[in-house]
Design a protein around this ligand. Sequence first.
Ligand code: HGY
Ligand code: MN
Ligand code: MN
Length: 415
Amino acid sequence: MTKSFVNLRINADRFRARFDALASIGARPEGGAHRPAFNQAHLEARRWFLETARAAGLETAVDGVGNHSGLLRCGPSGALILLLGSHLDTVPRGGRFDGALGVMAALEVLQTVKDHGLTLDTHLEAVDFTDEEGHYANFVGSLGLAGRLQAAHIQSPRGGRERFREALGQAGLSEESLFTAGRDPASLAGYLELHIEQGGRLAEQKVNIGIVTGIVGIRSFKICFLGRADHAGTKPIAHRLDAAQGASAFTLAVREVMLAEFPRCVATVGDMGFAPGAFNVVPEIVTVSLEFRADEEAKLDRIEARLRQQALDAAERFGLKLEIRHLDSTAPAPMDKGVQAAIAGACEMLSLGYLPLPSGAGHDAQCLAPVCPTGMIFLPSIDGFSHSAREFTRWEDCVHGANALLHTALTLAQS
Ligand code: HGY
Ligand code: MN
Ligand code: MN
């Protein structure tokens, strides 16, 4: 950290005003935000972000995978680009902080650098990545920018291929354009992301900043239990091929297996669909969404084998057929040690306490980590709530985090 920057701080009022303006787009009456990828509020939030970045004097762009960004050319011609960012999409009925805080902090850092006329060794770019939450497929934007998006990853979009194509079209994109956004890794100086922890460790230990050491891998599947539609009034229960029984037995077994055999990992059945879905028809088909997470591929392999077996056992028990469709997988990723050290240096300079910790949540950073030095800064989530209107981080922590992002970026942009 060169002496001249030590007293530099972000403009907290401007940061707050922008965060609140963004939070109003797609705001829910009970609090939180509803901006699933490509819904009207998400598209509006992206337009607003570009307008705000343009008004801040940044060069704006939208790439073939829909990533929206503002670029500050504060380095010499031909300089590498240090990326900062996160995502403006949310889970359905999500929180105001998840993703949005990181994009607003990135914008604030770039404008602070611009306002002070700083010249650095790299350019700086603030990015809003497409569909981080996997409304259609996990991390489409960051995988696309990293040049790591595979056709198989969008083969079976959640919610169906037709809806995905339509949503892409409405956003001016296409399945083909998604594969045109890859950056040359040699052009990237690194990637930094500020994000809420979405767990309770920092708040419990009363620490200002989390320095992420690594991010879990995630695999997701659609599992169909196939039975037989029958009359709910005349078909004796013992003679039914009831898909709901298989799906329910499987869902309970997931919890038992994870608690007993993988206590430090997670698996979630987040959605269940019934067909034909009528009071008076024994369910013919029940489709279950499954995702599970672990910090190593070998553990993910073991969990996958055990849960596949549980699905087979549940189907067999109730005389059902079974279809298991793999949707997508994202690898676990360690965070760059040099970037972690730069974050620690910025925290020490700012007299902020910090704690190295792994991330149980997935992030765009895990898609960038294989192609450029990548790190994440976490902020305390009060009571560990996230992915709901309860999500909350104290504003003073947000300002601490944005200043830590600023000084980490200044360190990385001068080395
Ligand atoms: O699911 C996650 O961990 C992230 O919020 N997409
Ligand atoms: Mn997020
Ligand atoms: Mn999220």
